[in-house]
Design a protein around this ligand. Structure first.
Ligand code: NAP
Length: 276
């Protein structure tokens, strides 16, 4: 049998969401000169996303509530030579959201809605304020931030909005219903905004992780029996690393992902496709 080796054809590099072409393939994998805002950036997945975006060349405004941890995380990245600015804010507070965007003068190329919150309980045990608190952080704040950032994202001409969702938004998990509801709605928000804002040069995608080793997940993964159950349901038989969730987010921000919008990408070791 003769093996046909196709001649390697350099694909044209796309510099923006309109498919305009540039000469260099490297451009597909670069975020040089891009300005990003990442919520929940002081630890866990958000911190890994910040580092990954910086490593591709972006300048990142890091948002979280706790000033000390945020400042320490930003200082560590700055000392590694990355361009970061810490911005202490509660994303559920409308005034804080406005201030954070006003201070960010000029176009915004990347917005990552990553900050999230959960309380695990049976559905009947949630108080209304607990339910509203989860929906407020995980869904309403991200939607409002995206809407408020729309002019700056549109001004970019080639913007990427990435929502950090969860496989809990795809199927039942033991996270509690409000968290799952918030993430399922986030997935639909991703599809709707992708369709509405495509004409404005804004791509909108989501990343849906299964268990990733962060302080949030450690609350349950420190239970050895629970961890064993999680691993038994994960074809790759391990917990994900923050860098792996961050890599998926970063990919969706790259010019190379310029024809991808409206998608929810599971970063889950195969969990969501694992039947019996
Ligand atoms: N880890 C997982 O296994 C997993 C799986 C699926 C999905 N996810 C999703 O991934 C995202 C990040 O999770 P993670 O595990 O990295 O969480 P984490 O370790 O708890 O970090 C959460 C980050 O969000 C910030 N934050 C929380 N509430 C905020 C608010 N109201 N305003 C501003 N910042 C806020 C926190 O800082 P402050 O507390 O100082 O504000 C922190 O920087 C979440 O949306 C989560 O639902 C995680």
């Amino acid at each position: 049998m003769t093996l046909m080796v196709p001649r390697r054809v350099e694909p044209p590099a796309s510099r923006d969401n309109n498919g305009d072409m540039s000469d260099s393939l490297d451009d597909l994998w670069s975020l040089a000169g891009r300005r990003a805002l990442v919520t929940g950036a002081s630890r866990g997945i958000g911190l890994a996303i910040t580092r990954a975006l910086c490593e591709r060349g972006a300048e990142v405004r890091m948002v979280a509530r706790g000033r000390e941890r945020l400042a320490a995380a930003a200082a560590e990245l700055a000392s590694a030579g990355f361009e970061v600015q810490p911005w202490a804010a509660d994303i559920t507070d409308p005034d804080s959201r406005s201030a954070m965007l006003e201070a960010f003068d000029g176009p915004l190329d990347i917005l990552v809605n990553n900050a999230g919150h959960n309380i695990r309980k049976p559905a009947l045990d949630y108080s209304e304020s607990e339910l509203r608190g989860i929906l407020e952080t995980n869904l309403v704040a991200g939607f409002e931030l995206a809407r408020a950032a729309h002019p700056a994202l549109k001004a970019s001409g080639s913007a990427s909005l990435v929502n950090v969702s969860s496989v809990a938004g795809l199927t039942h998990l033991r996270t509690g219903a409000p968290y799952a509801m918030s993430k399922a709605a986030m997935n639909q928000m991703t599809r709707n905004l992708a369709a509405e804002w495509a004409a404005d040069g804004i791509r909108v995608n989501a990343v849906a992780p299964w268990y990733i080793d962060t302080p949030l997940a450690r609350q349950v993964l420190d239970d050895a029996d629970f961890l064993a159950e999680v691993l038994a349901r994960t074809p790759l038989r391990r917990i994900g690393r923050p860098e792996e969730a961050a890599a998926a987010v970063t990919f969706l921000c790259l010019p190379g992902a310029g024809y991808i919008t409206g998608q929810t990408l599971a970063v889950d070791g195969g969990f969501s496709t694992f039947g019996f």
